[in-house]
Ligand binder design. Structure first.
Ligand SMILES: Nc1ncnc2c1ncn2[C@@H]1O[C@H](COP(=O)(O)OP(=O)(O)OP(=O)(O)O)[C@@H](O)[C@H]1O
Ligand SMILES: [Mg+2]
Length: 178
């Protein structure tokens, strides 16, 4: 079987970067890997959804549904999605468990101040300038994962080191080789 890896964290934490790195790593080993990036998936399968609590939950549900289908057939699915709500993440885990698909939660734990400095998409700047509202970690909630399988300090290490941590976690999953 494959597995679903949720990479949760603040905007600019490093979720997409790490997910792409892990996927590249797996593909180099000839293992099937897919990245279901929150941004792209929103555009593709959830253009009707916004950023309120109910819509964020529904967004995670949809992406999670696709992830479980793929993972059930041997694909390692990397899911870089902010996923700010603990209950919603628990729901995602439960839906995988009920299908017998391995699920791991990775908290990309870059602190807000570092994310703000990185500001890859200019969201923090826009929020500060009063041109957007509901930015996770600033004026919208982010419930820090209490008991994730892995916490990645992506502010204290290189991208390669962060990728390697996730890669190692996957190797240690029961039922997988190496
Ligand atoms: N150890 C690290 N792991 C991941 N990214 C890092 C690390 N060190 C520095 N970075 C940099 O941090 C930035 C993270 O941006 P990225 O788009 O991956 O964030 P994100 O969590 O996907 O944000 P968003 O929620 O807005 O999509 C990149 O510019 C990346 O090069
Ligand atoms: Mg991203």
């Amino acid at each position: 079987v494959g597995a679903t890896v949720l990479l949760t964290g603040l905007p600019s934490a490093g979720k997409s970067t790490i997910a792409d790195g892990v996927a590249a790593c797996l593909r180099a080993e000839r293992r099937p890997a897919e990245v279901l990036d929150g941004d792209e998936l929103r555009r593709r399968i959830a253009p009707d959804l916004g950023f309120g609590a109910a819509d964020r939950r529904e967004n995670l549900r949809r992406i999670g549904y696709v992830a479980a289908l793929l993972a059930r057939h041997g694909v390692t699915v990397l899911m870089p999605v902010i996923a700010p709500y603990a209950a919603s993440r628990a729901e995602l885990r439960a839906s995988h468990t009920s299908l017998g698909v391995p699920f791991v939660e990775v908290h990309v734990a870059t602190p807000l101040e570092v994310c703000r400095r990185r500001d890859v998409k200019g969201l923090y700047r826009r929020q500060r300038a009063g041109r957007m509202r509901g930015l996770t970690g600033v004026d919208d909630v982010y419930e820090v994962p209490i008991d994730p399988e892995l916490r990645v300090p992506a502010h204290e290490q290189t991208i390669e080191e962060s990728v390697a941590m996730v890669r190692r976690l996957l190797s240690d999953l029961p039922g997988r080789r190496r």
